[in-house]
Design a protein around this ligand. Structure first.
Ligand SMILES: [Zn+2]
Length: 230
């Protein structure tokens, strides 16, 4: 399972609950209006992480409904698409929980304009590092399909990938996410470094402040982590 990749990052899995009735899930009938009104991303339709309870909730009905549409768009099998989408929702929500564990009380002070693209970025890197080629492609395709329906600030995750961290070599953050030859270590470094960076951000940070921090400290922190590990 994709979400198991978080186990290698010292993440202590929080409990998870499938919501089979409506619960706190946004109804699919109103979702377009709700998402726009509250500027929410599409993942919010499929699940949520409750930081008070430290628990992940999965909106089963919405996942099931939406996966039919995604399966149609991608010409995938419906049952398989449902399983893939559900796993991607789990990944997204557990990355929020992981972030909470790493930066503790600061978690609630990180604006969603940073935490959402950051979660998307980490999800993308996790998928890119998934060993099984067949499922890696499928996870990626469904992830990209969902990504099309996000508000702009969610899609800023691509800007994180594009940050140049070594001008001489033209090295981008993306390198660390797309490096299957030493994936376990590279992905661990990515998670650790971005957590350190958001933990140290000044109050009321903007997404650009965050990007600038990545640009100036990513590489030296990554090297420090790599050395620590050897
Ligand atoms: Zn989220």
């Amino acid at each position: 399972m994709l979400v198991n990749k978080l186990r290698n990052l010292n993440y202590k899995f929080v409990s998870e609950q499938a919501v089979l009735d409506k619960g706190k899930c946004i109804s699919l009938n109103h979702y377009q209006k709700e998402l726009e009104k509250r500027n929410l991303g599409i993942w919010e339709l499929f699940g949520y992480y409750d930081p008070k309870e430290q628990k992940v909730y999965l909106c089963e009905e919405n996942i099931s409904e939406r996966s039919k549409k995604i399966a149609k768009n991608l010409n995938y099998n419906e049952t398989e698409t449902y399983a893939i989408l559900r796993e991607l929702v789990r990944l997204h929500e557990h990355i929020h929980a992981y972030t909470h564990q790493e930066i503790r009380e600061k978690f609630l002070r990180i604006p969603s304009t940073i935490s959402e693209p950051l979660t998307e970025f980490l999800s993308y890197c996790t998928i890119k590092n998934y060993e099984d080629e067949y499922y890696r492609q499928k996870y990626l395709a469904v992830f990209m399909e969902v990504d099309k329906n996000h508000p702009k600030y969610y899609r800023n995750w691509r800007d994180i990938l594009d940050v140049v961290i070594d001008k001489n070599q033209g090295l981008k953050v993306e390198y660390f996410c797309d490096n299957p030859s030493q994936h376990e270590k590279a992905i661990k470094i990515v998670f650790q470094v971005v957590m350190e960076i958001i933990k140290d951000l000044a109050p009321n940070p903007s997404f650009n402040d965050f990007l600038k921090e990545i640009e100036s400290t990513f590489l030296c922190r990554a090297v420090a982590y790599a050395m620590e590990d050897t």
